[in-house]
Design a protein around this ligand. Structure first.
Ligand code: SF4
Length: 388
């Protein structure tokens, strides 16, 4: 690979050039990715979102080996939240100025399709100002199987009932030899199906994000193949209707206490930062790249702001999926996100999920003496998490 391929102005990278990125010294690669980020987005600003994850049910029939969240219906601690319980969580989010809920479950074959439609209608009626991004492609496929409707019909019905977008969950590695490997998730939908559902959602005008998880034991070429599938999908979406992935988010496989522990290597900070930087350079058609503090911790996430990321993710009040596979970092109040962004030398801006700035936070008020418990206290337990 020529040095010019590391330039922010370089031409689109070929697959071979993209693989070669992973052989470059990390700080050289990160520097090139940072330049590309500065050219693509406001150079002085890092954005964040106030949101809440709601895992409406932990019943799932897919059984991914890296998932410590799912249960069978017969297990004592399986659950499906009532509409009232979900509403209460949304009220807590509203109280702290949140703008969106990210709602994912397992793929629960016991919930009728009407349950989802009624839930969306319930939320629209009571929480009109909150965007609802819910149901990953795996869940959409599950609803399609359950109803006999096409995934496009499922999406259209959900959208009519109040759905604003889909979480990026389940992207992981868009290479079937990896995602369907015996030690990973043989029952997962195929990479092409994940892409197809996202493309259908985008064509309907729904919000979507692209995600990636590294650490299954995949090769560099497979990481690149996954990124190139996203780049191709984004090209098609932008060319046909202009509504592509709003952001790219990657994180590392969390293995503690789940079946995949000992059967996949996971990935550390070095590989995470390398992948974040490579992704910024390869995905030249995705503007927003998000750092993952829940899996990597604040320090590594801050470093990712100098390796291609322009966004610090979200407060993730309540997250139950990656945290149950060993992610050490739980929900965080806004002041902590702001502190990390300011400490890294950027101006924090609260955004909505469409990356529109909705508020300039009062940094001195937020970073003054600790105000004590926030109105909505963090609850144990995905942007971008890996559920469904
Ligand atoms: S990751 Fe999602 S699809 Fe896989 S077992 Fe967990 S809840 Fe089910």
């Amino acid at each position: 690979m020529s040095d010019s391929a590391l330039s922010a102005q370089a031409q689109r990278l070929s697959a071979d050039e993209a693989v070669a990125l992973y052989g470059r010294p990390l700080f050289e690669l990160a520097g090139a990715a940072h330049e590309a980020r500065l050219a693509a987005t406001d150079a002085t600003v890092v954005t964040y979102l106030i949101d809440r994850n709601i895992n409406y049910s932990n019943v799932c029939n897919v059984g991914c080996s890296f998932c410590g969240f799912y249960r069978t219906r017969r297990q004592e601690d399986s659950y499906t939240l009532s509409f009232a319980a979900i509403s209460e969580k949304v009220r807590e989010l509203e109280a702290v100025g949140g703008t969106r809920i990210l709602m994912q479950g397992g793929v629960n074959p016991y919930l009728p399709f009407e349950w989802y439609l009624d839930l969306l209608a319930h939320l629209r009626e009571r929480h009109a100002s909150i965007r609802v991004e819910a149901f990953s492609p795996e869940e959409i496929k599950g609803m399609s199987k359950l109803t006999g409707m096409s995934t496009r019909e499922v999406l259209r019905e959900l959208q009519s009932a109040g759905l604003d977008g889909l979480p990026g969950g389940g992207g992981e590695m868009l290479v079937d030899e990896v995602r369907h490997a015996r030690h990973v998730s043989p029952a997962r939908i195929a990479a092409g199906e994940w892409i197809d559902v996202m493309a259908e959602a985008q064509a309907l005008g729904l919000y979507t994000t692209a995600t990636m998880v590294i650490g299954f034991g995949e090769t560099r070429a497979q990481r690149v193949a996954s990124l190139l599938r996203l780049r191709d999908a984004q090209d098609r979406a932008l060319a046909s209707h202009g509504n592509g992935f709003s952001a790219f988010i990657s994180w590392t496989l969390q293995t503690r206490g789940v079946r995949i522990e000992g059967r996949a290597p996971g990935a550390g900070a070095f590989e995470y930062l390398q992948n974040v930087a490579a992704a910024r350079l390869i995905l030249d058609n995705v503007v927003n790249h998000q750092a993952s503090w829940p899996t990597m911790g604040y320090k590594v996430a801050q470093t990712a702001l100098f390796a291609g990321c322009n966004d610090f993710g979200s407060t993730m009040l309540e997250e139950n999926v990656v945290s149950q596979a060993g992610a050490r970092n739980r929900a965080t109040p806004e002041r902590e996100l702001v502190r990390q962004i300011v400490d890294a030398g950027f101006e924090p801006r609260q955004r909505d999920s469409l990356y529109r700035i909705v508020r300039v936070p009062d940094v001195s008020a937020l970073l003054g003496p600790d105000p004590g418990p926030q109105p909505a206290s963090p609850v144990a337990g995905a942007a971008g998490a890996a559920s469904a």
